[in-house]
Design a protein around this ligand. Structure first.
Ligand SMILES: Nc1nc2c([nH]c(=O)n2[C@@H]2O[C@H](COP(=O)(O)OP(=O)(O)OP(=O)(O)O)[C@@H](O)[C@H]2O)c(=O)[nH]1
Ligand SMILES: [Mg+2]
Length: 305
């Protein structure tokens, strides 16, 4: 074995999620590597322990609270000089007790995208970005002429994915121009499924890649947000390798349980990026999709895909 083949240490960490969207960070206690850096509370998984049990134990030890509801979210491997870690991040939706500083650490509630504490642990930059991704990806699929109706149907803050293959380019450009101010005023993100080179200069936050574009691109397009359509494990791996920000996973099942199992096969591979479950309708709601490890769900406007 080469000396560079360090053992990978399994770690769990969790974001306590408050009803107003804030999440909690903690500072690392004195005496640990990266003391004073901000992190998601958590720690090393003990032999034989499940990830969820490790999460519950760590939050009890470090903060004196009992986690009662948490869903797995993202898994990332990071190589530090002192160790290599596989970090499984959970989002924690319910807990008993008030967070206390059991190890002398400081805590801070933070709003996604507006973090005020620093420095952060080096592995956590992409995680913070993922936390600022809305819960809903709303796909337009109806040649919308009425942008006000499109916006009114959004479930709060959303990623609006304009997916309009039937529109001419000048029509698509006009639609994006019309939607951008209101989407941005609502704190949402505007993305379009289109050729990345053509989209540059339009008021979008990013590009959404088709499966075909994902298969053929060699580099991540240069936009703040890049997502992709995925319908296979190979596509998911490619999206991860290109360091995309999210994927929409197309599910073919039409019942909750089979759709959950199908989603589970994608998420079993410890994936590093947020997944929107696309069950083509209301088969999997947000809570169910999260239970299986998804970030959020795709809602399709104007009927079925
Ligand atoms: N808890 C936590 N650890 C993280 C995060 N990001 C990250 O890279 N790590 C790394 O994961 C490793 C384990 O975390 P830890 O030091 O909290 O472990 P622990 O609570 O079991 O501490 P102990 O070993 O002193 O008992 C560290 O190398 C740490 O740098 C994060 O957001 N939260
Ligand atoms: Mg810890």
């Amino acid at each position: 074995m080469h000396s560079s083949n360090k053992k990978i240490i399994p770690v769990v960490a969790g974001a306590l999620m408050r009803a107003d969207g804030a999440f909690m960070l903690g500072s690392r206690p004195a005496g640990k590597p990266y003391a004073g850096y901000w992190e998601f509370p958590g720690g090393k998984v003990e032999p034989g322990e499940s990830l969820f049990d490790a999460l519950v134990r760590e939050f009890s030890e470090e903060m004196g609270i009992t986690v009662t509801q948490a869903t797995p979210w993202l898994t990332r491997v990071h190589h530090y000089e002192h160790a290599s870690v596989e970090l499984t991040f959970f989002r924690i939706w319910a807990w008993d007790g008030e967070p206390q500083s059991c190890e002398g650490q400081a805590f801070a509630w933070q709003m996604p995208g507006q973090e005020t504490v620093s420095p952060m642990l080096p592995a956590n930059g992409p995680i913070l970005k993922s936390l600022s991704l809305p819960d809903y990806c709303v796909r337009t699929c109806s040649n919308p002429t009425d942008t006000a109706a499109t916006l009114a149907a959004l479930p709060g803050r959303a990623l609006l994915l304009v997916d309009e293959p039937a529109l001419e380019r000048h029509e698509l450009a006009a639609l994006l121009q019309a939607l951008a101010p209101d989407v941005h005023a609502s704190g949402g993100l505007l993305l379009a499924k289109a050729d990345p080179a053509w989209l540059t200069g339009l008021p979008v936050d990013g590009v959404h890649l088709s499966q075909q574009a994902l298969d053929t691109l060699t580099d991540r397009p240069d936009f703040p947000w890049v997502g992709a359509e995925v319908a296979s494990l190979a596509g998911l791996a490619r999206a991860g390798a290109l360091a995309l920000d999210y994927v929409c996973v197309a599910l073919t099942a039409t019942d909750t349980e089979p759709a959950g199992r199908e989603l589970g096969t994608y998420l079993a591979g410890s994936i590093p990026l947020p997944v929107f479950a696309d069950a083509g309708g209301a088969v999997l709601d947000l809570d169910a999709a999260r239970t299986y490890g998804a970030h959020g769900v795709v809602l399709t406007q104007g009927g079925m895909r």
